[in-house]
Design a protein around this ligand. Structure first.
Ligand SMILES: [Zn+2]
Length: 441
């Protein structure tokens, strides 16, 4: 299923590459929809609307006379997006630099070449030029990136410096109705790619986006957009989202725990995270299950108390749940070995590793999905594979069959904090759903 999801995302990417959608345009659609929503709320269905008298007032606004003398040293500022197929030199020329000035910079070709890899059509370029077509300064901002490149001429040489933009976070809301596919709906709702992908990831455990979607399914989402000087630079994280699939209601609210970690929970404060991942590897196949088998090295029949995952040497091995390192080191047949303790009675173990994640030591805390080591063939192993054990009260269970425990739900003061943090988001999502329903019905 994971692979299918990746395929959907890849397909989405491909669709979009043909027509580079710019974040600023998406943002204007988003704002437009919110305005539309507000209008929909304001009009009570069936209410009689009296014609409103309007009057047009024409007023002449005086413009101050402007004259620029040739000696004026103030720069001319022009700003535009890099066009498809345009070179950086071409854009600089279009925005006011003279050919002769560009040609006079000995190091210009090298700098243009260095920058060529960093910009693409849609990058915002601002050029401040002198009256003679010389460079005062120029900046190049890449969509979706926090970096800007500043070009300046110093002592007759072109200089370039990379700067990090100071970003300000704003909250956007959007909702959509499924007509054909999730991504078609997300596209028409104007969700940035990264938000669409995160939404699919968040609800991927509840909804198989290939087979479960029905026409009329709905989603609403509240997410951050990061701005620099009033301009949207890139989308941030999803703060809250709801998805109604075939009448079933799924929700995800981002909550900052007391230890500062952030996770998604449903409306009732139950973590959306599985207690344990089913597999410690992203892509792998089970090469040997939990049963009796002929031991490949010892050549005798013995019980196999774990699951072997065949995977290339060096594949990242992930902690299947939040926990603490109980053991990290060598243990005879297991080779390089890690045991994680997950509180109460649960431990997981990972064997035959080629190496450990840097800094991993007994007592280290690890998060679910964090890389703890790498697939190898140390100990009694004929080839690279991961030996994985899931233990309850120190007795190995079949991780492919045992019913894995849920994450602990929030309780006590954490639950109170959760409700305080999420109540405004829930209210906004509720409003968004209602207004969309009103427009549709
Ligand atoms: Zn094994």
């Amino acid at each position: 299923m994971l692979r299918e999801k990746t395929a959907i995302l890849a397909h989405l990417k491909k669709l979009r590459e043909g027509d580079p959608v710019q974040l600023w345009r998406l943002v204007s659609v988003t704002l437009g929809s919110i305005v539309g929503m507000a209008a929909a709320i304001a009009v009570v269905p069936g209410a009689a609307t009296a014609p409103i008298a309007t009057e047009i007032v024409v007023e002449q606004l005086g413009t101050p006379p402007v004259s620029i003398s040739r000696n004026d040293s103030r720069p001319f500022i022009r700003e535009d997006r890099i066009r498809s197929g345009e070179s950086l030199a071409g854009a600089l020329r279009r925005l006011g630099l003279s050919d002769s000035w560009i040609a006079a910079q000995a190091n210009a070709p090298r700098i243009m070449k260095d920058l060529a890899g960093t910009f693409r059509p849609g990058a915002l370029i601002t050029v401040a030029s002198t009256a003679e077509g010389g460079l005062h300064s120029a900046s190049l901002t890449i969509p979706g990136s926090d970096n800007t490149y500043v070009l300046e001429a110093q002592d007759g040489k072109l200089q370039v410096a990379q700067k990090t933009l100071a970003l300000e976070s704003r909250v956007h809301m959007q909702s959509g109705v499924i007509q054909s596919s999730l991504f078609a709906a997300m596209d028409s709702a104007g969700l940035p790619d990264s938000v669409a992908e995160e939404l699919a990831k968040i609800f991927g455990d509840d909804i198989d986006f290939h087979t479960d979607l029905k026409k009329g399914d709905r989603f609403s989402v509240i997410y951050e957009v990061l701005y620099h000087q009033g301009r949207a630079i890139r989308a941030g994280r999803i703060l809250a989202a709801e998805f109604i699939n075939q009448g079933a209601h799924h929700s995800a609210y981002r909550f900052t725990n007391q230890d500062g970690s952030q996770d998604y929970y449903n409306r009732d404060g139950k973590s959306r995270k599985e207690g344990f991942l089913r597999s410690p590897l992203e892509f792998s196949r089970v090469s040997s299950g939990f049963s009796m088998r002929l031991h490949p090295v010892l050549g005798i029949w013995r019980e196999h108390k774990g699951v072997d995952y065949a995977a290339p040497q060096g594949t990242a091995v992930k902690a299947t749940s939040d926990g603490a390192v109980e053991f990290v080191g060598q243990q005879n047949g297991y080779g390089n070995f890690i045991i994680l303790s997950h509180g109460n009675k649960y431990t997981t173990a990972y064997g035959h590793l080629s190496g450990f994640a840097r800094g991993l030591k007994p007592g280290s805390h690890v998060a679910q999905g964090e890389t703890i080591g790498y697939v190898g063939s140390t100990g009694w192993a004929t080839g690279p594979h991961l030996h994985y054990e899931f233990r309850i009260n120190n007795i190995q269970q079949d991780p492919l069959k045992v019913s894995l425990p849920d994450s602990m739900p929030l309780s006590g003061s954490s639950l109170t904090n959760f409700h305080n943090q999420t109540a405004p988001l829930m209210a906004r999502l509720g409003q968004l759903q209602q207004s969309k329903t009103a427009i549709l019905d």
